[in-house]
Design a protein around this ligand. Structure first.
Ligand code: 5AD
Ligand code: FES
Length: 345
């Protein structure tokens, strides 16, 4: 089939075969029709609304050693920091006043924050901001731990699967980590009742088109509420220092494909996309994304949460993100709303 027919088929929600997906993913001509169809569906479901999440990166300590990540344990050149409960609550206060109704608490896998500490932080936020959603993004934990955070008041959890190919997974992670456990965590989170987000990097080292297709198939099995994808970006203090960045164009194409495969899904236009292209986040919205996750962390720690090189919104301009985003979203033809931004069921 011609690509145009494939896009038509995808838009009509007819399942594409692996070969058909491969043909759309590997085309070298820019398909405006793919983007237009994705945007049409996005507007049918979410109108021109863009949901925002205030991201609080509360610790960059990590016990893991993922080969692609700048805050991996073995990077001795990064300055480590931890925020106190009070600092985290201050971020929430500031975020609330700026119109954020979802707070995302993200960190490396930092055992300093025991379940008790995490639950205490969650309960305080929950008490103070009953109408807000609390999202955690703190990695792989036991089902019991996930359960305790949920009971303390967390509603959502982000854990990208990173790649759903066993072989590819082992090229990106040291032996002590396993894809099996990661997938187990995702299913545990769903069972407990969290709204779950997963996803992967586009163009991570050794990734093939077949791997991406496997990622799409895994997502079809998991049925997450949110899917986070962004281009892989090299970090010079990692074993992948000499690898290439992922492609902006392929990321945009994948955002459109995801919107067509999962019409109702929450799809962020990521900071990584904005890092590789000055209008990356706007292009992401136009390709089908409907969520932005600006940073709410205190300005003085932002540069330290350096999972990849040249991350945007970490300098002098950082305090202005809310206004900057407002303008960018309008210029792309959408508008930011003050809303929890739950998934449409
Ligand atoms: N480039 C792009 N994204 C990265 N992540 C980690 N390292 C990088 C990198 N070098 C992504 C992972 C992780 C999320 C928080 O950031 O997918 O799940
Ligand atoms: Fe952060 Fe533009 S969004 S400065």
């Amino acid at each position: 089939m011609e690509n145009n027919d494939l896009i038509e088929k995808l838009t009509k929600r007819n399942n594409l075969s692996d070969d058909e997906l491969k043909s759309i993913l590997e085309t070298n001509k820019y398909d405006e029709s793919l983007r237009i169809n994705a945007d049409k569906i996005r507007r049918e479901i979410y109108g021109d609304k863009v949901f925002v999440r205030g991201l609080i990166e509360f610790s960059n300590y990590c016990k893991n050693n993922c080969y692609y990540c700048g805050i991996r344990r073995d990077n001795k050149n990064t300055i480590r920091y931890r925020l106190t409960k009070e600092q985290i609550l201050n971020c929430c206060d500031e975020g609330y006043n700026l119109g954020f109704r979802t707070f995302v608490l993200q960190s490396g896998e930092d055992l300093f924050y025991t379940d008790e500490v995490i639950c205490d932080i969650i309960s305080e936020i929950r008490n103070k901001y009953q109408e807000c959603a609390i999202t955690l993004s703190i990695g792989e934990k036991s089902k019991k731990s996930y359960q305790s955070y949920f009971e303390a008041g967390a509603n959502r959890y982000l854990l990208r699967h990173e790649t759903s190919s066993q072989e590819h997974y082992s090229k990106l992670h040291p032996r002590e980590m396993s894809l099996e456990n990661r997938k187990k965590c995702l299913f545990n989170l769903k069972e407990i009742g969290y709204q779950v987000g997963s996803g992967f990097m586009v163009g991570s080292p050794f990734q093939t088109t077949e791997n991406i297709i496997e990622d799409l198939r895994f997502l079809q099995e998991l049925k997450p509420d949110m899917i986070g994808i962004g281009p892989y970006i090299t970090h010079k203090e990692t074993p992948f220092a000499n690898s290439n960045n992922g492609s902006v164009e392929l990321t945009l194409r994948l955002l459109s494909i995801l919107r067509l495969l999962f019409p109702k899904v929450l799809l962020p236009s990521t900071t990584a996309l904005g890092t590789l292209h000055p209008q990356g986040r706007e292009l992401g919205l136009k390709a089908g994304a409907n969520v932005l996750m600006p940073n709410l962390s205190p300005v003085d720690v932002r540069k330290k949460y350096n999972i990849y090189d040249n991350k945007i919104c970490t300098g002098e301009e950082a305090a202005q993100c809310r206004n900057c985003l407002e303008r960018r979203v309008l210029s792309a033809g959408y508008k930011i709303v003050t809303d929890r931004g739950d998934v449409k069921k």
